[in-house]
Design a binder for this molecule. Structure first.
Ligand code: ZN
Length: 338
């Protein structure tokens, strides 16, 4: 991907909506498959890259879960996270809050320990190796049961020094947030931060429910809030951040075209929007590729881009490192667009 507005130094930003499993590029998938003796149903990386050009949610999910088979050992998860951090740093990312889906790995017989400790080996070195600070957010699959989410939280308890918060992802419709009330209450009692995907394909009521029943501090996607003016007013009043993923929205058909994305209207409404990459290996770009796409397709001004970058740090869970947040915010303010 090329950056038209500044190929030398991208705008500093935080990435707040990023599924680590969604950063698996075809080349690394083949490398890990070879290392682990896993046979992929594709002959070459080109053939696999062609499969990444899926047209709907189901074919995306089929490919996504099929490729996870190559992730077996701590080293695999470490390599995955390290490859992401290198790409993120090149895109101006200074802080990344990274989702992972333990249930998808537990179901394949890969232990919580392997996943968390493997990711952590790379994330703990993120600042030293790549200039990127990191936090880890454990997501529950909302199409799995509430009991499974609770059991997953229990398994994670020995690793809570590595995990900052919890989230909720996967197929939204038919799985309202309230289903997960109990596990969110338990997580809150453990001192974990809380986010959830809501209002991507699901209705605005799911956003309200995520706020009221789950106590989320940040809403992932949330773009369908625009259908409910009272909800927009509340999100503005309570300064609830939304983690938007424009290129993902186009690929998964949450919007028809990027030019029709509600981001400008959301910023005009005073919403605390951020721009993120979701599953970048599959959706056509990393953090700065998303910034560049909205700049081009939505005509966002430099100051609007700066606002998005500023919001990303304001919305970050950096309360335990305000010094770093202030330094990143100062970089955003000092940034010179060319
Ligand atoms: Zn997501």
């Amino acid at each position: 991907m090329t950056r038209a507005y500044d190929a030398l130094m991208p705008l500093p930003k935080a990435e707040l909506h990023l599924h680590i499993e969604g950063t698996l590029e075809p080349e690394l998938a083949f490398e890990l498959a070879a290392r682990n003796g896993v046979t992929l149903p594709y002959a070459t990386t080109d053939e696999l890259r062609e499969a990444y050009r899926f047209e709907d949610l189901q074919s995306f999910l089929d490919l996504y879960y099929a490729l996870m088979a190559v992730l077996r050992t701590e080293r695999d998860f470490e390599d995955l996270a390290d490859a992401y951090l290198a790409r993120a740093a090149a895109q101006g990312v200074r802080h990344a809050e990274i989702f992972f889906d333990p249930q998808a790995h537990l179901a394949r017989g890969v232990a919580m320990d392997t996943v968390v400790e493997g990711l952590w080996r790379a994330l703990a070195r993120g600042r030293a190796d790549h200039g990127v600070s990191t936090r880890l957010i454990m997501c529950f699959l909302r199409d799995e049961s509430a009991e499974s989410a609770l059991a997953t939280l229990e398994l994670a308890e020995p690793h809570l020094d590595r995990i900052t918060g919890i989230g909720l992802d996967s197929a939204e419709v038919g799985h309202p947030p309230a289903k997960f009330r109990e596990v969110y209450e338990a997580a809150a009692a453990l001192g974990l931060r809380r986010v959830a995907h809501a209002g991507e394909e699901g209705p605005p009521e799911y956003i309200t429910e995520a706020l009221d029943v789950l106590g989320v501090e940040r809403v992932d996607h949330g773009l369908r809030c625009m259908e409910d003016p009272a909800l927009v007013a509340r999100l503005v009043r309570e300064r609830i951040p939304l983690t938007l993923c424009p290129l993902s929205n186009v690929r998964l058909r949450a919007v028809d075209t990027l030019a029709g994305h509600p981001l400008p209207a959301m910023l005009d409404a005073g919403l605390l929007c951020t721009v993120n990459s979701d599953d970048p290996a599959y959706f056509g770009g990393y953090a700065d590729d998303n910034f560049d796409a909205v700049r081009r397709e939505l005509g966002l001004t430099d100051e609007r881009l700066r606002e998005l970058a500023r919001n990303s740090f304001l919305a970050s869970f950096l309360e335990d490192d305000e010094e770093w947040r202030a330094r990143c915010l100062a970089e955003v303010e000092a940034y010179e667009f060319r």
